[in-house]
Write a new protein. Structure first.
Lengths: 132, 43
């Protein structure tokens, strides 16, 4: 697997305030394109503000949902996501969206949490297990 | 699941402990919650 390369197009799904997006933008450089997707307007605005503060004209932050990613099909070299896809209500659709927007040979790089076995319905519905 | 939507060369590059040292460490251990860095090739 390659790392993010200069000139590449990268999408960060669930970019939040943009920390990983800015690192990706630095990696692909001004000849590349870094697109952040987040579902809340305040975080979209924060990520845009970070890009402006860093002078990153090649960063584009869009409001959107992981189940309907506002990016053209087969248009990006890398999709990254950090701690977001586990929250998707339909993970198959979310992964399908990632697959749809990747160019042939494109790469998906994700850091997230998993459970090693199927959890019972009673465990899934226990709110005390969901909260910190 | 990644392979079922078309990804190939799916691999877990690294495991990490996302809840170590937090108030949910015991629960995470009990239910097998782990952090993973995953890489996969698209179409």
């Amino acid at each position: 697997m390659a790392t993010l390369s200069p000139g590449a197009t990268v999408v960060d799904i669930g970019c939040g305030a943009g920390m990983d997006l800015m690192l990706a933008a630095r990696a692909v450089g001004p000849d590349g394109h870094a697109i952040g997707i987040d579902m809340t307007e305040p975080t979209v605005e924060r990520a845009r503000a970070s890009a402006r503060a860093l002078g990153f004209g090649h960063v584009d932050v869009r409001p959107g949902d992981v189940l309907d990613v506002p990016v053209d099909s087969k248009s990006v070299d890398f999709v990254i996501s950090n701690g977001v896809l586990n929250l998707a209500p339909d993970k198959r659709q979310a992964f399908g969206e990632v697959f749809r927007i990747l160019k042939p040979g494109g790469q998906f790089l994700s850091g997230d949490i998993i459970v090693e076995s199927e959890l019972s319905e009673s465990i899934r519905r226990d709110i005390d297990l969901w909260t910190g | 699941m990644l392979e079922s939507v078309g990804f190939t060369s799916v691999r877990i590059a690294e495991y990490f402990d996302p809840f170590g040292g937090t108030s949910k460490e015991r629960v995470a251990r009990k239910y097998g919650v782990r952090g993973v860095n995953v890489q996969a090739l698209g179409p």
